[in-house]
Design a protein around this ligand. Structure first.
Ligand SMILES: CC(C)(COP(=O)(O)OP(=O)(O)OC[C@H]1O[C@@H](n2cnc3c(N)ncnc32)[C@H](O)[C@@H]1OP(=O)(O)O)[C@@H](O)C(=O)NCCC(=O)NCCS
Length: 181
């Protein structure tokens, strides 16, 4: 296989689309019999990574997961389906969107229970960051998500700078307090 085949200049959003379905078992639930939030975040991380792998064809690490609204509880015995695709490829990072539905196996009703955006970074076997292929958008929805992903990146960067400044200020205050006689 040539390097052009393993790392093409661009890939379509459709080629990154990934899906996972899980049945919710007792080990996945809290004392009320509802899916644990942390378990759902794990499913989201894994399904998001699938899309990032498909786009980059490389190792990926999760750099960030944006806040998640757990819109409705998921119950023991429900089938949870997660769908993901890359929204935008930057230089070495990719934003992936994940949407989650729960299906009641008795009634067949399907409800949207959560959505999340994650950022994955492609790295080689030595842990060095890798350029990712460009992303080709084909549909109006893909074009909209692509544009929105840039706005979210700007928001993430601003938030990250704000948190960093707050951390530094807190550390400086603690250091000053520690030096007090
Ligand atoms: C993510 C990681 C590779 C970034 O490495 P870094 O040396 O800080 O790299 P940089 O700051 O130069 O950023 C590299 C890319 O990651 C993106 N990135 C870094 N931190 C980010 C964050 N918190 N949120 C979103 N994107 C982020 C940058 O925007 C940049 O993207 P680009 O190349 O497409 O422009 C590094 O922080 C890491 O390895 N983190 C641990 C990852 C991990 O273990 N994940 C599982 C945790 S449970």
């Amino acid at each position: 296989m040539t390097s052009t085949e393993t790392n093409p200049i661009a890939r379509t959003v459709a080629s990154t689309q990934s899906e996972m379905t899980e049945i919710i078992l007792p080990n996945d639930t809290n004392t009320l019999g509802n899916l644990l939030g942390g378990r759902l975040m794990h499913f989201i991380d894994v399904t998001g990574a699938m899309a990032a792998y498909r786009h980059s064809r490389a190792n990926v690490v999760t750099a960030a997961m944006d806040h998640i609204d757990f819109i409705r509880p998921v119950h023991l015995g429900d089938l949870v389906t997660l769908k993901s695709s890359v929204n935008r490829a930057f230089s070495t990072s990719m934003e992936v969107g994940v949407k989650v539905w729960a299906e009641n196996t008795r009634t067949g009703s399907v409800v949207h229970v959560a959505s999340a955006y994650l950022v994955f970074v492609a790295i080689d076997d030595q842990g060095r960051r890798l350029q990712v292929p460009q992303l080709i958008t084909d549909t109006p929805n893909e074009v909209r998500r692509h544009a929105d992903a840039l706005l979210r990146r700007e928001h993430r960067e601003a938030e990250s700078a704000r948190r960093k400044e707050a951390r530094h200020a807190a550390t400086a205050q603690e250091d000053a307090a520690a030096l007090q006689p």
